[in-house]
Write a protein that binds this ligand. Structure first.
Ligand code: 5AD
Ligand code: SF4
Length: 475
């Protein structure tokens, strides 16, 4: 069969990287489906393999290249298979992608997702290899609503919603501003419309996404900001929970802190990357806050919302980080006692300012510091989770647990995973559980007696605007 009348329109998407990438892949799947392609979860059935990449650390880039090598074997068996590489690494490497991985037919950058069906058509028409890595002012794919189904066909209860894209912060180690372009916020009316549509489709919880969500609104013609947006979303009835990620400490205003005390749907969790505990390192990173600023914000958050769970990103081995600086990071961790921490070894990224910094920390030492830091964090996570044993928590039930299909799993408002025994009918409902066990990565809970707890506690119920929906539980 020639490429002109290539009939099989099944595509497979492989996603590397962060939640932002997961969401971009969901949007890409929608764009492809609307253009008449059909998504498959089985790569062996796909004629179009799209790899959505990440370039934040060099190890991820190595993993992606190995994976592309495996897909190449697929193409060797069936030359009609098209391999497309998109997202951050594609943006970063551009044309070099075709020399580093010559079997790739299509390269699409972070702003070209909406063009992928046309680009695939061009490859199929024999115009390949094809590339689009232009960084645009406006990205049409921002407005696409991605509600609906999980890969397994079941309706989801949680959805990601992009509220802004790009980043203007230029931390000296980070490639994002170069690869995702300048910061742009979506108009609030468009975001509200998207969330209302999602709620109609059964979504109960949303996570607002952006590289720096709390600077939302900058550059928009309307008079708005992140707290105002949160308040508008909080008024959408039937929506139960609001989360957001990622926030930057320098833009965490008092107004945003207060949202945790006054907006009932806003979950008691914040992800607030601190990156380093030493002012000297923070300055070299161009983070725009001091250790004291960060700790003051944590205190304000805890004063406003004592049960708030706090997670963060941190890096070890940034150029010039001394043993003393590293101790300051550990001391900050001791002071905050994070619920969860995503810790990374500094990875030099071409094109960033930090490449020119001297005093590189040897890899062995970076590894050693990472191990010490992770051991400390494990202790803190364990302590924070143990403190919940015996407490009652509200859990939005995701469905059957991955490890034991007889069990259910869900998340607390503080974003902790809880496994418990219960009937499948509870999927998508909020139940109250008593925490009976705590581990490093999850909690164990027990449904409370039906009379006391089998109530759908939406924020409207809590606020007395609506009567509770009673869920019948077969014990
Ligand atoms: N090296 C290591 N970690 C990095 N991050 C971003 N750039 C780098 C880099 N060059 C980490 C930061 C950021 C998270 C998403 O990835 O901690 O918050
Ligand atoms: Fe990268 Fe800093 Fe922007 Fe986060 S705030 S995306 S670390 S430049």
């Amino acid at each position: 069969m020639g490429r002109e009348n290539f009939a099989d329109r099944r595509f497979f998407i492989h996603t590397f990287g962060c939640q932002m990438n997961v969401h971009d892949s969901e949007q890409l799947a929608n764009i492809m489906t609307e253009a008449g392609y059909e998504q498959t979860q089985d790569v062996r059935q796909a004629k179009i393999i799209l790899v959505n990449t990440c370039s934040i650390r060099s190890k991820v880039a190595q993993k992606i290249v190995s994976q592309l090598g495996r897909y190449r074997r697929w193409k060797d068996k069936d030359p009609e298979v098209i391999i497309g590489v998109g997202g951050c690494l594609a943006q970063h490497w551009g044309r070099d992608m075709f020399t580093k991985t010559p079997y790739v037919d299509l390269v699409f950058g972070t702003h070209a997702f909406h063009e992928v069906p046309q680009l695939v058509d061009m490859v199929r028409a024999g115009h390949g290899p094809v590339m689009d890595t232009e960084l645009r002012e406006e990205i049409p794919s921002l407005g696409i609503c991605t509600a609906g189904k999980n890969g397994n066909g079941k309706t989801k209860h949680h959805s990601l919603v992009t509220i802004m894209q790009g980043c203007d912060n230029f931390c000296t180690y980070c490639v994002v501003p170069y690869l995702r372009g300048r910061e742009r916020s979506r108009p609030s009316a468009e975001i509200i419309r998207e969330i209302e549509a999602l709620v109609k489709q059964g979504i109960r919880e949303i996570t607002l996404l952006g590289q720096n969500v709390n600077s939302y609104g900058r550059g928009l013609p309307e008079e708005t900001n992140f707290p105002k947006l949160l308040a508008m979303i909080n008024d959408i009835s039937e929506l139960e929970r609001i989360r957001f990620t990622t926030s930057h400490p320098k833009d965490l205003t008092g107004g945003l802190v207060n949202c945790f005390g006054r907006l009932k749907k806003l979950c008691e969790h914040i992800h607030l990357p601190f990156q380093a505990g030493s002012d000297r390192v923070l300055t070299r990173m161009n983070r725009g806050y001091t250790r004291k600023d960060y700790l003051e914000r944590i205190t304000a958050l805890r004063q406003c919302c004592p049960d708030i769970a706090i997670s963060a990103d941190v890096m070890v081995g940034f150029p010039g980080e001394t043993a003393y600086d590293f101790d300051a990071t550990l001391a900050l961790m001791e002071e905050v006692c994070f619920d969860n921490l995503f810790s990374f070894m500094y990875s030099e990224r071409e094109g960033t300012v930090a490449v020119s910094f001297g005093e590189k920390v040897p890899e062995k030492e970076r590894n050693r510091r990472l191990k010490i830091l992770q051991e400390l964090q494990d202790r803190h996570t364990w302590e924070r989770n143990q403190a919940l044993v015996g407490k009652d928590v509200d859990v939005l039930v995701d469905g059957a647990s991955k490890n034991d299909p007889q069990e259910l799993t869900g998340r607390t408002r503080t974003n902790k995973i809880v496994n418990f025994a219960g009937p499948p009918i509870l999927r998508g409902k909020t139940v109250t559980l008593n925490i009976t066990g705590a581990y490093l990565h999850s909690l164990r809970g027990e449904l409370k007696s039906p009379a006391a707890i089998n109530v759908h506690k939406s924020p409207e119920v809590i606020l007395g605007r609506k009567s509770p929906e009673v869920i019948l539980v077969q014990k």
